[in-house]
Design a binder for this molecule. Sequence first.
Ligand code: ADP
Length: 469
Amino acid sequence: MNALTKLQATWLDWFNPEGREQKIKDYIALANKFIWKRQGSFLAAAILAAIYFDAITVFGYYSIVVLTELLDVRLGWSAKNWDGQDLITGRKILKRIAINTTISAVAISAFIINIAVQQAAPGHFTPLFFMLSASVFAAMYNSQMSGILLLRLSIYMFAFVYIALLDVFRFTPPLSSNIWLELWTVIFVLYFIGDIAMKFYLGYQWNIKQMDRLKEENERTKAALEVKSQFLSVVSHELRTPLTSIIGSLELMKNNKAQAFPDSLMPVLNIAARNGHRLHALVEDLLDLQKLEAGEMVFEFKPMDAGDLVREAIDATAGYASKVGVQVEIDACEEGCVIKADQKRLIQVLNNLLSNALKFSDEGAVVTVNVSAIDDRVRISVQDEGVGIPDGVRDVVFGKFTQVDSSDIRKVGGTGLGLNISQQIIERHDAEIDYVSEVGKGTTFHLEFNRLTDATGDSETFRDVTQAA
Ligand code: ADP
C-alpha cells in the first residue's frame, strides 16, 4: 500500500461512523453544552479588541465566528434524531462536523491574526494569548474525536506561527532580537499545547474503554442472573410435584390406621416426613425468591384491617405454638388500622415472623403481637422472650441463606431465606421492616405501613416489574 492509498484508507475510515456513535454524540453534546461559555469569551475578546483596534474589522470577523456557532447549533438539532445505526446519516454528520470545524477554526484564527496585523509595534502578546486560550479550550473540549481535534489544532498552530513570523518578515531583525525569541517561545508553547491535547484525548479514550467494559460486565451479569433464575424456576417446579406426593404418602403411612406397618418403623417415617416438609418449605422459598428477583410476583393490593390479618396468621401458626409450648397473645387496635396490602403475601410475612418468634423461644414463654396506629402509620410488632440477636448482624438476619448462629439454628431448622423474602415483600408494600433485640432477653420485629383513612380505597393488581427491568 503506497502512502497515498494509506492516507485515502485512513480518511475513509475516519468518515466511517460505525462504532463512533458515542464519540460523535459526546462531541455534539459538549459543543452545545459550552456554547454560552464560548460565546462569552468570544464576545469579551471582541469587545477588548474593538476598544484598542479597528472596531469594524474586529466585529466583522466576530460575526463570522458567531455564524459558525449557529452552524454547530443546527448540526446539533439534526444529530439529535440520529439513532447511531443509520451509517449514511452518520457519515453526513461527520462531514458536517469537519466542515464546521474548518470554517470555525479559520474564522477564529483570522479574527486573531487581524489583531496582530493591526499592531504596528513589534510583539504580539494579546493575539498570541488569544490563540493560546482558543487552543487550550479546543484541547479540553474536542478530545472525543482525534481527527477533528487535529484539524482544529493544525489551523490554530498555523495561525500561531503566522503571528510570530509577522514581525520576522516585517522588521527582518537580527537573530539576537526579541522578535526571534518570541518565535522560539511560540514553538515551545506549541509543544505543550500538543501535549495537553494528547493527555485529554487519552483520558477520554480511557473513559470510553472503561464504559464499554462496564457495559459488557453488565450484560454478562444480566445473562448470568437470567440463567440462574431459569435454573431455579425449573428445578424448583420439577422438585415440587414429586415432593408433594412423597409427603402425602409419608403422612398416610404415618397415620397408619390399618396397622399395616410395625411400630418400630414410626420413628423412621417421622424423620422422613419432617425432612420432606423441610425440603418442601425450601422449594417454596426458592420459588418465591426467584419470582421476586425476576419481577414475576403478582401482588393484589386491597384495603384491609391489620388486626384481622394478624388474627389469621396467629390461627395459622397455632398448631406450631402448642407444639413448642409457647403462648401467643394479641393486642390489636379495634378500628382505624386499615392498610393496603396483598393478603396472601402479608400473611406469609407474619407467619415467618411468628414462627421465628416461636422457634427461638423457650417452652412456656409468651409471644406478643401488637397492632397499633401511630399518626398516619400502622405498626405491627411481634415480640418474643427468646434467645435474642446480637448487635451488628442485620445483614445476616435479612440476608439470603444466612443464619445468625447456624449451629443453633440447625436444632430448630430453617433455610435462612424467610426474612429476606419478607423484606422484599414488605418493600413492595411501600412499608418497612426492622427489629430491636437484646441477647438473652428477646426480639421484637416490627412492620410499618401507611395508614388508610378511607377504607374504601381502590384495589389494584400489581405485577412487580420494577425488579425485572
Ligand atoms: P430461618 O429460616 O433460618 O428462620 P430467617 O430469614 O427467617 O431464616 O431468619 C434468619 C435468621 O435470623 C435466623 O436464622 C435467626 O438466626 C435470626 N432470627 C430471626 N428471627 C429471630 C428471632 N425472633 N429471635 C432470634 N433470632 C432470630
